[in-house]
Design a protein around this ligand. Structure first.
Ligand code: SAH
Length: 391
């Protein structure tokens, strides 16, 4: 099948030839004036060489490529894409007898910008971040059914929250198959209640699975503070690893409620949850904690807010470094895509200087393989963290 053509300016094909899937509006020489947001298009170089197929959007990223080969975008196309993502995770045994939750499809990392599929023990939550992906919803749903077969218990479309304001009003979150909402999943043998209908994002922050396991190694007999705890992912691992006391802090009361339930579900004690602002909570807590987790929400969602985000990360880390006990451990993260790892590391350096504490970097942390990063799309590496030892 053929789609309307977009012709690029001279020399603008190189990033696509390097398999970076975005076409910026300034790279376009010619396009059909009737193109609508979400339309499928074929992209050609100025010399009329085929480069790929993508979906059009009116913004500064004008096209996002979903295929570098000529093809027809139908159910079969989606079946192949989602099968490939599923096979990759199977090969890495990400789902196993200890873990039944993972990201099944991660946007560009799996070859389709704007598509997220999260798997919760057979319940799949879909989030389309672009209208072009959303328009393919039925094909995607059929493909997911074919890939997972009898393993699929429900499929929930939660795109109203991820589409831009202009489009989110045109859709409502709904079940495309089955029903559900509140379930219990297992991650590295730990149990978590997940409310994927009412919870944040798709219900659980699956991207911290490996980092939570690392945290356990530092928590035996320690006093641990988990800030921005959400439903207690890090808290449960700390408590199960034998922490003396775990404090969870999140501004969301429902998150703290679920956090407490998750602690109980895992038969842990010595935990207290606080539904308050982290910055307020930290003010008077000097020399209480041996281990502190700092996992704030993305302080920067766009380039414009990068500077303020850096100030926010610095302020938070200065506070934690000043109050932690001698020889304490800080797990510090940023999930802002626009704050790259070098900027984040420099921010941590600046924080240590301001706090007047010597630090050592024990580990660099990142996102797990079910949130794959390809060298063709460095922007996909959004989660970065460090384990710090504070003198
Ligand atoms: N570490 C968590 C995920 C954190 S997501 C996990 O492993 O599951 C970020 C969390 O920060 C959200 O739950 C949000 O409610 C919370 N949050 C945002 N601003 C906050 C603030 N100022 N103080 C405390 N919590 C905040």
């Amino acid at each position: 099948m053929t789609y309307p053509r977009i012709i690029l300016n001279k020399g603008k094909e190189f990033s696509l030839l390097r398999r970076h899937p975005w076409v910026f509006s300034g790279a376009i020489a010619k396009k059909d004036n009737n193109l609508q947001d979400g339309d499928l298009v074929e992209v050609f170089s100025n010399k009329q060489e085929f480069l790929g197929i993508g979906y059009y959007a009116g913004g500064s990223i004008a096209v996002r490529l979903i295929s570098f080969e000529p093809t027809t975008i139908d159910e079969e196309f989606w079946f192949k894409k989602i099968s490939k993502a599923h096979e990759y995770r199977k090969q890495l045994a990400i789902l196993n007898d200890q873990t039944n939750v993972c990201r099944l499809f991660f946007g560009e990392g799996d070859g389709v910008p704007g598509l997220i599929l999260d798997y919760y023990d057979g319940h799949v939550v879909m989030q389309a971040h672009s209208w072009g992906v959303y328009l393919q919803k039925d094909n995607i749903a059929n493909a997911v059914k074919r890939v997972l077969g009898a393993d699929l218990k429900s499929l929930y479309d939660k795109s109203a929250e991820t589409l831009s304001k202009h489009f989110s009003g045109k859709t409502e979150n709904s079940f495309l198959l089955g029903s559900g909402g509140e379930i219990t999943v297992k991650e590295n043998g730990n149990l978590f209640k997940v409310d994927y209908v009412n919870g944040q994002k798709t219900g659980f922050f699956i991207d911290q699975r490996e980092n939570r396991a690392w945290l356990g190694d530092y928590c035996k007999d320690k006093t641990v503070l988990n800030t921005f705890s959400y439903t207690g992912g890090f808290s449960v691992y700390a408590a199960k690893a034998g922490a003396k006391l775990v404090h969870s802090v999140d501004v969301s009361a429902p998150a703290i409620e679920l956090c407490k339930q998750n602690i109980e579900l895992n038969h842990c004690a010595n935990h207290e949850g606080y539904a308050v602002d982290t910055f307020d909570f930290l003010k008077d807590k000097k020399d209480v904690y041996d281990v502190i987790v700092l996992d704030p929400p993305a302080f920067a969602k766009s380039r414009d807010s990068k500077h303020n985000a850096v100030i926010g990360y610095k302020r938070l880390n200065v506070m934690a470094m000043k109050l932690i006990k001698k020889g304490g451990i800080i797990f510090t993260f940023s999930c802002s895509g626009v704050v790259d790892k070098f900027l984040f590391y420099n921010t941590i350096t600046a924080a240590a200087l301001e706090a007047g504490r010597d630090i050592k970097v024990l580990h660099y942390l990142n996102q797990p393989p079910d949130h794959p990063v390809t060298p063709f799309f460095a922007e996909g590496e959004y989660l970065k963290g460090m384990v710090l030892w504070v003198e």
